[in-house]
Write a protein that binds this ligand. Structure first.
Ligand code: PLP
Length: 286
């Protein structure tokens, strides 16, 4: 495999960063996970918008232009002969003397890794996954802006550990006020009486690229959808539930903390959203 390392493509075994890199020392950096379908990167510009906003929010200047990074993403795919793939673009504040001050970090580290990925097994979309409401709360916006896709993922990792202990694939985190926030790597949607509901961004969640696509698709197809805060009680009494992310796409959730959602099968609107999303991918990838 060839990975992009701050300006050039290098063989995987040479793609190394310093132990003094602040990404390693402090999780001081930002990243994006992107997906290529048939050689086309899905909503590439939206991911780069978020990357640049994340970087700006933490006072990190990305040393490349957006166009250069788009070219680097495609070159990384090409160098590895990949068409359907997962791409991870990371930007750290680079090497500095140990210490938290951000001055004196002149050269951010930029890496792109790519791996063949054709999605989760299709069977999972038929059975859905289990999720669990966990005790680990989403870090509040007053502590860290949730719009920043930061390299420091410990909050999400701790939530995922809890979910796994509850035999669930994904954790559902609440915010500090007890409202449903999001998954560890996904945004959450419920359906009740034909209306789709998803937490508002102000609940303190990442503005998922897939979430935005799903909201637009619902609107275009006259599927009622509202963005509003809701408590876990509404999760448990929902007719349907699904999570969205670049890797999950639209993934049905058929049990929450061991309680079946609706009849325990992916619901009609969830399946419709899944189909619309897949159609969108086919059109974009065409
Ligand atoms: N929420 C969190 C915390 C995430 O980490 C992710 C993706 O990794 C998402 C939501 C989904 O975002 P996207 O649809 O852009 O992949």
């Amino acid at each position: 495999m060839f990975f992009f390392m701050s300006g050039s493509l290098v063989p995987q075994d040479q793609a190394k960063v310093s132990v003094l890199d602040r990404g390693f020392l402090y999780g001081d950096g930002v990243f994006e996970t992107l997906r290529a379908y048939s050689g086309a990167i899905f909503h590439c510009n939206d991911h780069l918008d978020r990357l640049f906003h994340s970087a700006e929010a933490i006072y990190l200047q990305i040393p490349f232009t957006r166009d250069y990074l788009i070219e680097a993403l495609y070159k990384t795919l090409e160098a590895n002969g990949l068409k359907d793939a997962y791409l991870r673009l990371s930007v750290t504040r680079g090497v500095s003397e140990p210490g938290l001050d951000i001055e004196g970090c002149p050269s951010p580290t930029v890496t792109i890794i790519a791996k063949g990925f054709s999605g989760y097994p299709e069977g999972l979309y038929k059975t859905g996954i289990g999720a669990a409401v966990v005790n680990t709360r989403r870090i509040p916006a007053s502590a860290l802006n949730p719009a920043v896709k930061s390299l420091n993922f410990l909050n999400n990792i701790m939530a995922r550990v809890e979910a796994k202990r509850l035999n669930a694939a994904e954790a559902i985190m609440l915010n500090m006020e007890g409202y449903v926030a999001e998954g560890t790597v996904s945004n959450i949607f419920i359906v009740k009486d034909g209306v789709v509901k998803t937490p508002l961004l102000s609940v303190g969640i990442l503005n998922g690229v897939t979430r935005s696509v799903v909201i637009k698709l619902a609107c275009k197809n006259n599927i009622p959808l509202t963005e509003q805060p809701f408590y876990p009680e509404e999760l448990y009494s929902a007719d349907e539930c699904f999570v969205t992310s670049t890797l999950y796409e639209v993934m049905p959730v058929t049990s929450i903390t061991d309680t079946p959602v609706g009849n325990g099968q992916p619901g009609v609107i969830t399946r419709k959203m899944f189909e619309l999303f897949r159609e969108c991918i086919r059109n974009k990838a065409a």
